[in-house]
Write a protein that binds this ligand. Structure first.
Ligand SMILES: *Cc1c(COP(=O)(O)O)cnc(C)c1O
Length: 413
């Protein structure tokens, strides 16, 4: 007997073309594509009418609880092209004690730390590497603050694709080592993620690698889109009122908005949408600044710094898509200080037993701030995103020890 899985057999997909996210210009699917001819991210478009005929909620509900249950919504055309490390649906965990403390009507963490390589970057890279493999790519490269590089390295190893990864100098040691152990050629670069991005772009011709930078290829966003599909299904197709998302390059926020648009187009949800809240760190908040000034694009954030490395992104190529998603849903963008992030991390682990990553903790800090400022209301049902396991981050030292041959004074433990 073989275990049940969604990654065997052949099936239909409904991709029609790729579309420039700015000009709407059509680009061909099923050939190698990076940015659009206008230099903007490409979005995958589907024949949603046919998709609606091809799948129903009951069929979906009977499938194994994994990412590939949504295969009709994804671009991989043949099952044998799927590169999978077993991507589970991630739990939506009610925060009953914190909810009581804050007087909220509903508060959940969607815990993405359960995915392969311990972060939700696995969703995007699972799709990107599957498509790269299907299109015959043999070498991939990316700039990363850590988690994306680890995910790319792992999926590339599994697919037999060579990978090159470039990290800012101060990327946490554990992430750099994980990337190396997962099989990539990884380098520390004396700069920030945008400097690493330039190295990838400039080396493309000589090295013949595929630039897998955030939103510079069309498929990572389709992987991240599954967060929105999953959330909708887990909430019985009645979405929550507000989503707090820690925003770096913004793939997840853009992907969820795309998921909701597609679900509405096939009639699975109505027009009511969660308000999308982009959470950033006060030491790197280009999207918040652009949101507050009413700008359509963000400016480069100088001297970016925060303990939440995953959202330390001084410039995002999809900035206008993030801002559209936030404004279009009547949401907002909000920044929180590192001290608030740390306090939130401690509060959540002590009260709920969830060891978050700092980026995830930032969403809880932002929720509390937004409650105080009246930007969200206690009656609203709120989902926070934890994007990686807290085990990937430095933990405070533990100094206590016992000598087993000496008498133990239990009362002082
Ligand atoms: C990448 C990352 C983010 C930001 O995700 P985007 O969708 O790129 O904005 C947040 N948290 C962690 C832990 C990450 O690795």
């Amino acid at each position: 007997m073989t275990p049940s899985s969604s990654t065997t057999g052949s099936y239909d997909t409904y991709v029609t073309h790729l579309e420039c996210s700015e000009t709407g210009e059509r680009h061909e699917a099923d050939v190698l594509q990076g940015l659009s001819r206008a230099g903007k991210p490409l979005l995958v478009r589907y024949d949603l009418g046919a998709l609606a005929e091809g799948i129903d909620k009951r069929t979906l509900a009977a499938r194994p609880p994994e990412l590939w249950r949504y295969r009709e919504f994804l671009p991989v055309r043949r099952a044998e092209h799927i590169v999978s490390l077993g991507e589970p649906m991630t739990p939506v965990i009610p925060l009953q004690r914190l909810q009581g403390r804050l007087g909220s009507a509903g508060l959940w963490f969607k815990d993405e730390g359960r995915l392969p390589t311990g972060s939700f970057k696995a969703r995007g890279l699972c799709l990107a590497v599957s498509m790269a493999s299907a299109l015959g790519i043999t070498r991939m490269a990316m700039p990363t603050n850590g988690n994306a590089g680890a995910a790319m390295a792992a999926y590339c190893s599994r697919a037999g694709i060579e990978s090159y990864v470039f990290c800012p100098q101060d990327t946490p040691e554990i992430n750099v080592r994980e990337i190396a152990r997962q099989g990539a050629k990884v380098f520390r670069v004396d700069g920030l993620i945008n400097d690493c991005g330039r190295i990838v772009a400039e080396g493309r011709e000589e090295m013949g690698w595929f630039d897998t930078s955030t939103l510079k290829e069309p498929y990572r966003i389709e992987g991240k889109k599954t967060m929105g599909l999953e959330l909708a299904e887990q909430f019985a197709w009645e979405l929550p009122d507000v989503i707090f998302y820690p925003t770096g390059g913004g793939t997840g926020l853009i992907g969820m908005v795309k998921a909701f648009d597609e679900l509405e187009a096939i009639g699975w949800i109505g027009s009511a949408r969660p308000r999308m809240v982009a959470v950033q760190a006060a030491g790197c908040a280009p999207i918040v600044k652009a949101f507050e000034s009413g700008a359509e694009h963000a400016e480069l954030w100088e001297n970016a710094h925060t303990i939440a490395a995953g959202i330390r992104v001084p410039v995002a190529i999809g900035d206008f898509l993030i801002l559209r998603g936030v404004r279009g849903s009547n949401g907002f963008a909000i920044a929180v200080e590192d001290e608030a992030i740390e306090a939130a991390l401690v509060e959540v682990v002590e009260c709920e037993g969830l060891l978050l990553c700092p980026e995830g903790a930032a969403t809880y800090a932002a929720y509390k701030r937004a409650l105080e400022e009246g930007k969200v209301h206690k009656e609203e049902r709120v989902v926070l995103f934890n994007c990686a396991t807290g085990l990937k981050y430095p933990l405070p030292p533990m100094e206590r020890s016992l000598e087993r041959h000496k008498p133990i004074d239990y009362a002082t433990l």
